[in-house]
Design a protein around this ligand. Structure first.
Ligand code: UGA
Length: 443
């Protein structure tokens, strides 16, 4: 099939590449000429395991093309995906200006029946707004070309995006038109093997499904962070509690890991946008507000533990950080808990020596060169001259360190484990003090 994708961010680029990989002719469009030029050279502007070789192979075979020419791209596609960004507005609502700009461009260009698919995370009602924007442009030029608008939200996770896209657990399709459904079923057939993964529904339900999924996951995390804080107060270990409740299949083991708070480009933004949408429809979302408030407090938790250990002033202290990205296998720092911690440590007068396998360049871009931030290119180098180690992101390389080496390098011999990746007994046996998240003994 001939497919066009607007937006070469995470969602657009991964979707386009995976659709090309199964034999479609895909054209990816972006307004950013520099990004398109880089993609043309086979350079992938984001860190996503497995993506670059797929982009290169499909570009070389001619199945995947990149352009800034929106009109030509619209001419190309039987199916046109909108996968542009929906950044939060100041009030937390999703900013739809990019989505609607694409819709108007489609309306100005369309010359034959096309299925327009919304893949960006957009509030309920956006498909209607896209339909209206396209129709307005069509009537302005007295065109009667037919089109359908479908909602097909994306559920990929950064770091696993290629796998999630090639082997989705579900494909949500919200559509009113049988013809559009048939076309999408054919497009997704290569990913729909073994059992039926396509979940058909109406457009508004599909739009809400995306927010409900992310809000549910964010709720699980905030719930566990709250239990962790209670565990700490009552002298219980949340890691034992986690295993105890996860074994109930109704609860499950996934997404109940307490930590330094959730970050990234999706949960914080989507929870806020859903809250905003609820209020806009005269419903006060009490649970969602609490999920957000618990998360904001959790992002400050590590600093509170550090401050409690060292006393009020951290001036003159050097703190080593392992992990800066909002989660492992990405260089993404958006809403990362490390940022809250860095900013609190600096405000308290501490110097930070940090190591992250991928996010150093992004950290430098965000904070520039400053005396109180030393970015190290090796994990043990971050410990040289440091008082304490704080684990902020659970990269695999941090999971079983050489504790003797930590003991030798750290001045104050204390570890703050923001992801509970260590066994407290093992750390303490090595002569180091241990603080985790919700592990009773740190009261
Ligand atoms: C999330 C969803 O998991 C995807 O299904 C969704 O498609 C995506 O948002 C999106 O809307 O685009 P992502 O933001 O890439 O994916 O990252 P996650 O793996 O979900 O992690 C989010 C945050 O939650 C991270 O900061 C992570 O450290 C934290 N987390 C996750 C916990 O603190 N505890 C857990 O048990 C799980």
């Amino acid at each position: 099939m001939r497919v066009t994708i607007f937006g070469t961010g995470y969602v657009g680029l991964v979707t386009g590449t995976c659709l090309a990989e199964v034999g479609n002719d895909v054209v990816c469009v972006d307004v950013d000429a520099n990004k398109i030029a880089r993609l043309e050279r086979g350079e992938v502007p984001i860190y996503e395991p497995g993506l670059e070789p797929l982009v290169r192979a499909n570009h070389a075979s001619g199945h995947l093309k990149f352009t800034t020419d929106a009109a030509a791209a619209i001419e190309h596609g039987q199916i046109v995906f909108i996968a542009v960004g929906t950044p939060p507005d100041e009030d937390g609502s999703a900013d739809l200006s990019h989505v609607l700009t694409v819709a108007r461009t489609i309306g100005r260009t369309l010359s034959r029946y096309t299925v327009v698919v919304n893949k960006s995370t957009v509030p309920v009602g956006t498909a209607d707004a896209v339909r209206a924007a396209i129709s307005a442009e069509l009537s302005a030029r007295s065109s009667e070309v037919g089109f359908d608008v479908v909602s097909n939200p994306e559920f990929l996770k950064e770091g696993d995006a290629v796998q999630d896209c090639l082997r989705p657990d579900r494909i949500v399709v919200g559509a009113e038109s049988a013809h559009a459904v048939d076309l999408l079923k054919a497009l997704y057939a290569p990913f729909n093997r073994n059992h039926e993964r396509i979940v058909l529904m109406d457009v508004r339900s599909a739009e809400l499904t995306k927010y409900a999924a992310n809000a549910m996951l964010a709720t699980k995390i905030s719930f566990m962070n709250e239990i962790a804080n209670i565990a700490e107060q009552v002298g219980a270990d949340v890691e034992q509690v986690r295993r105890g409740i996860g074994s109930d299949p109704r609860i499950g083991y996934h997404f109940i890991y307490p930590g330094a708070g959730y970050g990234g480009s999706c949960f914080p933004k989507d929870v806020k946008a859903l809250e905003y949408a609820a209020r806009a429809h005269a419903y006060e979302p009490r649970l969602l507000s609490a999920v957000e408030a618990v998360n904001a407090a959790q992002k400050r938790r590590l600093f509170a533990l550090i401050q409690r250990h060292f006393g009020e002033s951290l001036a003159g202290r050097t703190i080593a950080l392992w992990g800066l990205a909002f989660k492992p296998n990405t260089d993404d720092m958006r809403e990362a808990p490390s940022r809250t911690l860095l900013e609190q440590l600096w405000a308290a007068g501490a110097t930070v020596r940090a190591y992250d396998p991928e996010a150093a360049a992004e950290t430098r871009r965000l904070y520039g060169a400053r005396k109180d931030l030393i970015l190290c290119d090796q994990q043990y180098a971050a410990l040289e001259g440091a008082d304490a180690l704080v684990v902020v992101t659970e990269w695999k390389a941090f999971r079983s360190p050489d504790f003797e080496r930590l003991h030798a390098l750290l001045k104050e011999r204390v570890i703050f484990d923001g992801r509970n990746i260590f066994e407290p007994k093992v750390v303490e046996a090595a002569g180091l003090a241990y603080y985790g998240i919700g592990r009773g003994r740190s009261v």
